[in-house]
Design a protein around this ligand. Structure first.
Ligand SMILES: Cc1cc2nc3c(=O)[nH]c(=O)nc-3n(C[C@H](O)[C@H](O)[C@H](O)COP(=O)(O)OP(=O)(O)OC[C@H]3O[C@@H](n4cnc5c(N)ncnc54)[C@H](O)[C@@H]3O)c2cc1C
Length: 227
């Protein structure tokens, strides 16, 4: 597996405890939308590996990541202190949370940074693979402070008539007057004409998967990645 060094072009806070990191991509690096890389994180004792999904699509010239910084996490504490121009060591790509074809209707359910591989696949399907079938995203964050990349999703929705998305907050402030509650609340009557992709925490993925199976959706139509 290819190990390489990648220079940080941009690093910024995009939501509460969440940063995006854009890095250079080695020339001719090939990956599939939805895959992840492993960051090689130096520590005093040894190097440790942590997986991060690529949020850019394969045709973009840089890698984009979104990373939730968890308290006292080894990688989180390391990444928190990086700046533009620093070098990240990585290897990959890995993962089978991908969609190679362009002829399926796709339904995505994501929470938090689970948006990373999801938006990579959506951009790849709409822009590169020119999928004209329905593509829908049901997206959940905890509160207003946790929302990121909404403008990008709105732009995709404007540009591509076959793409729609719904955003819900599980713990919004009292000023929030849009959808609220967990994503599972809005996931009803799944249709066998879609392929389903879930990415986020274990609880959400298990619940959506159970709803799908109870409604007779075949396992082969269900894809998921748990962070
Ligand atoms: C396929 C895949 C893709 C992923 N993609 C992404 C992504 O795109 N974005 C993203 O943000 N994350 C992603 N993740 C999660 C990511 O790999 C890391 O798990 C995450 O960033 C936490 O790593 P860390 O080193 O900061 O925390 P760790 O050091 O692994 O710690 C995790 C948590 O456990 C706690 N902890 C650690 N040690 C102890 C201990 N001894 N006792 C009690 N508590 C402890 C820490 O305080 C922390 O809260 C992905 C994971 C997978 C498997």
């Amino acid at each position: 597996m290819q190990t390489f060094e990648s220079k940080i072009i941009n690093i910024k806070e995009i939501a509460e405890n969440t940063i995006s990191i854009e890095t250079e991509k080695p020339t001719d690096f090939i990956f599939e939308a939805g895959q992840f890389l492993q960051f090689i994180i130096p520590t005093e004792e040894q190097e440790v590996l942590r997986s991060y999904s690529i949020a850019s699509s394969p045709q973009e010239h840089t890698f984009l990541f979104c990373i939730k910084l968890v308290k006292d996490g080894i990688s989180s504490e390391y990444l928190r202190n990086l700046k533009k121009g620093d070098i990240l060591k990585m290897k990959g790509s890995f993962g089978r949370f991908t969609e190679e074809e362009n002829k399926n209707s796709l339904f995505f359910v994501s929470t938090g940074t689970g948006l990373a591989p999801t938006i990579s696949i959506i951009k790849d399907q709409l822009k590169n693979k020119e999928n004209k079938n329905k593509i829908h995203l049901l997206l959940g964050f905890r509160s207003e402070n946790n929302i990121f990349w909404r403008e990008e999703l709105e732009n995709l929705e404007k540009e591509y008539k076959n793409f729609t998305y719904m955003l819900t907050l599980s713990q919004p402030s009292e000023n929030w007057n849009q959808l609220q509650g967990r994503v599972t609340l809005y996931f009803n009557h799944p249709s066998s004409s879609y392929k389903y992709f879930m990415c986020g925490n274990q609880g959400m993925v298990s619940e959506i998967r159970q709803i799908l199976l109870e409604n007779g959706i075949d396992n082969s139509q269900i894809h998921f990645e748990i962070f």
